[in-house]
Design a binder for this molecule. Structure first.
Ligand code: FES
Ligand SMILES: [Fe+2]
Length: 382
């Protein structure tokens, strides 16, 4: 289920290792007692985790940048839709009759009511307030009591469209400007069409979106924070960190990877032997776990709170037949009820100290290379 691109297949991501190289490098680290290291110590001012002007600048970045909205698997049918906020704006993303995915600002052109909520499958969007009706492609199709709006031209009052693009199993949206397809060439094909969505959920947490993101991007804390949850299965601070542009891929090997020592190098498969986390800059990540995969989006609510939107998918296993949806659900439940809670609790704990007088900066060292890359690019793009 672990999505591994070889150097030759991955467009714009030529520096990524093949799975054979990944396994070799992990064994090397285990044998030498080493791990991948960065070359920069990054000091991020604590103000950036609570200041309102910084928060507004970040929201603006999220509106000017292509950001993951949902997996393609969440919108498989004509008429399937997902409505929720992205970077603070209510959006409605739907698959039209032509099979194309479009994103709209979820605001009725009469008096602004949101025309859809949650997710589902529909033939049209009927505003709950006064029942103006929009097609799946966003056109204003019917005005109830049309005689009361003599000057209203329906052709000029469709839902306001924003840029959307489907690439590599993910639907990206960009509210300001148009997505430049070449901007996504540095991203991987994170999900294949066979992967099915089996759950989606949202939780609100009292921590800045960057603090929660940071918990996903290093394995330096496996033994200390996840002593009874992930550590019994995973190696502590033995990680591969690969940077591709603003994105990164971190491989967290399981202890059972040792079994592969007996397998000839060219036949080794990473599937089931590691968790892989791809950080998709700025606010999303795709994790490939033991028996399932997930797309997580950090939606900043306030400088000190974040909605985490999680889509759970079946895994991309070479031998898919032996992993049932039930097994994937069980695997996902283990992760969400154990280590993930510990990560979120850590982020919430830090949020309470950033406004205290203890630290002027949070410090990220050589083990935290992917986080340094995240902050470098965030600073550059703001
Ligand atoms: S606000 Fe939508 S029909 Fe009135
Ligand atoms: Fe963690």
């Amino acid at each position: 289920m672990t999505t591994i691109k070889t150097a030759s297949k991955a467009s714009g991501v030529g520096s990524l290792l093949s799975e054979i190289q990944i396994i070799d490098r992990i064994f090397n680290h285990v044998d030498q007692g080493t791990t991948d290291l960065g070359d920069t110590v990054w000091r991020e001012p604590v103000d950036n985790y609570f200041a309102k002007d910084r928060f507004n600048a970040e929201l603006s970045l999220l509106r000017h940048h292509p950001i993951p909205y949902c997996p393609s698997a969440a919108l498989t049918k004509i008429g399937s839709y997902q409505a929720r906020k992205a970077a603070g704006t209510p959006l409605l993303v739907a698959r039209g009759r032509d099979g194309k995915v479009r994103a709209f600002i979820n605001a009725c052109r009469h008096r602004g009511m949101q025309v859809a909520s949650g997710n589902g499958c529909s033939k049209a969007f009927i505003c709950p307030y006064h029942a103006w009706t929009y097609s799946l492609e966003g056109e204003l199709r019917a005005i109830r009591g049309k005689e009361a709006f003599p000057d209203m031209d329906p052709s000029r009052n469709g839902l306001v469209e924003v840029s959307a693009l489907e690439y590599g199993g993910i639907i990206y949206v960009q509210q300001e400007g148009k997505i430049n397809p070449t901007a996504l060439e540095g991203n991987l094909e994170y999900f294949s069409p066979e992967q099915q969505l089996f759950d989606q959920s949202e939780t609100s947490n009292n921590a800045n979106w960057k603090l929660i993101t940071e918990t996903l991007l290093e394995g330096y804390h496996i033994k200390s924070l996840h002593k009874d949850t992930f550590y019994p299965y995973g190696l502590d601070n033995v990680n591969l960190v690969e940077i591709y542009g603003a994105n990164s891929r971190i491989t967290f090997p399981f202890r059972r990877i040792e079994k592969l020592r007996e397998v000839p190098s060219e036949q080794r498969k990473i599937d089931g032997m590691a968790t892989t986390v791809n950080h998709i800059f700025p606010n999303a990540s795709v994790s490939s776990l033991s028996k399932h995969a997930s797309l997580t989006i950090m939606e900043p609510l306030t400088p000190s709170s974040t909605q985490m939107i999680t889509f759970l998918m079946t895994s991309k296993h070479a031998d898919e037949s032996n992993i049932s949806i039930e097994a994937a659900k069980k695997d996902a439940k283990f992760v969400s009820q154990s280590g993930q809670d510990e990560d979120i609790a850590a982020a919430c704990s830090i949020q309470e100290t950033v406004t205290a007088k203890a630290n002027s900066h949070l410090t990220f060292g050589y083990f935290e290379k992917a986080i340094v890359n995240f902050h470098k690019h965030l600073t550059k793009n703001l």
